[in-house]
Design a protein around this ligand. Structure first.
Ligand code: V47
Length: 367
């Protein structure tokens, strides 16, 4: 399947061999893959790994995103979603309004509720506990994936609590896992330029380590296509790989191509399709200990996400229903997909759609 002659001509014979043998790629190997002009050669290696792990399955989830507030103290330059308190476009939902969002979709067989917001300056910790408990009571069978490591660190600081206490109390209220947001790019150089007040890369990793230590699984993201170099992307990948070696607590990796509109760096060139596919493929290849890589169609567009299933991704995310973070930054994708459209997209790409919950456990439904 992986024609050795092609890789020999590209000078990647050793990498092909490592991938075929299930070996680990070094950061320098990753750099050679980024530098390789043959996108299909890189993609085939990633597809080989993805197929070894998941066969022909491509996962999706019936989920609902809820953003409880966009008020945020951080003011990251890449973010078009966050607003300072008092800004005319700032919003914050009451617990009842969040629950109304859940109630409005109770007729749909949603299995995952994904809740995130900004780092709000003064909402009390009880607000988050009540929100989770309310969602859990309304939808006891759905899993709640809520609050990035950045929000958790913020709740702890604001409430004078330890991270451990925050996590334990949120879990008692209904939290099942943490989404992967807030990782951005770990490079201190880029973080200083884009999000100097946000927790650092090592702090994001330490918080994930603590969650994993409590048995709370998490995802990991990487925001790419802004001011970072490909080497900084690879350093980010190696950092999450090292933590995964230690904890095994990550479920899914999500490379997020930067959407430029309405951000503090809207003048930079948007990512290209090739860069997005290559980054997905290199992520799959570097992260040999991550079970899943997501093609997040909201940021990639549905069309490129479909192609991405051939470049290392095995998950398509889900129905979503209403999305703000990407769309406020100009994402060209739709707001929601139905189950039948998700399945059609996956089948047309040549894969078998498998409905999952947030832990990637298959969901079986009565026909
Ligand atoms: O952390 C912010 C990113 C993330 C922009 O865990 C931007 O299953 C692109 O983490 N262009 C939130 N990206 C989204 C996220 C996520 C999404 C879907 C599934 C999961 C999961 C996690 O969005 C933020 C930030 O890195 N982001 N601004 C932007 N202009």
């Amino acid at each position: 399947m992986l024609d050795s002659e092609i890789y020999r001509k590209l000078g990647l014979a050793d990498i092909r061999e490592k991938v075929a043998d299930g070996g680990r790629l070094s950061l320098e190997d990753g750099q050679r893959l980024f530098d390789c002009p043959d996108i299909l050669a890189v993609g085939s290696l990633a597809h080989h790994v993805r197929t070894r792990l998941h066969g022909n399955a491509a996962f999706y989830v019936l989920n609902q995103h809820i953003n409880y507030s966009n008020v945020c103290v951080n003011g990251c330059r890449f973010c078009a979603f966050g607003r300072k308190k008092g800004d005319p476009l700032a919003f914050q939902m009451s617990v009842e309004e969040v629950l109304d969002k859940v109630r409005s979709r109770l007729g749909e067989p949603i299995t995952e509720i994904h809740i995130v917001g900004g780092c709000h300056p003064d909402l009390p910790f009880s607000y988050y506990e009540e929100m989770l408990a309310g969602v859990r009571a309304l939808r006891p069978s759905a899993r709640i994936k809520a609050f990035t490591a950045v929000e958790i660190a913020h709740f702890a600081r604001l409430g004078g609590l330890s991270v451990r206490e925050v996590l334990v109390r949120l879990r008692a209220s209904g939290l099942d896992m943490l989404p992967g947001g807030g990782a951005e790019i770990f490079s201190p150089r880029v973080r200083q330029l884009l999000c100097p007040t946000k927790i650092s890369g090592p702090e994001w990793l330490e918080l994930s380590r603590q969650a994993h230590g409590l048995g709370i699984q998490t995802n990991a993201t990487m925001l790419f296509g802004h001011l970072e170099t490909t080497r900084e992307r690879l350093e980010h990948l190696v950092a999450v790989r090292e933590l995964q070696d230690e904890t095994r607590g990550f479920i899914c990796f999500i490379p997020l191509p930067f959407q430029t509109a309405n951000t503090g760096i809207s003048d930079i060139e948007p990512t290209t399709g090739i860069d997005e596919l290559k980054t997905l493929a290199v992520s799959r290849l570097m992260l040999d200990n991550f079970p899943h890589v997501k093609a997040y169609w909201i940021m990639l567009t549905v069309k490129l996400a479909q192609v991405a299933l051939h470049f290392g991704a095995d998950d398509f995310d889900g129905t979503v229903m209403e999305e703000r973070i990407g769309h406020m930054a100009g994402a060209q994708s739709e707001q929601a997909l139905t189950r039948s459209r998700l399945e059609r997209i996956i089948v047309e790409a040549g894969f078998e759609p498998v409905e999952r919950n947030c832990f990637f456990e298959p969901v079986s439904r009565n026909p």
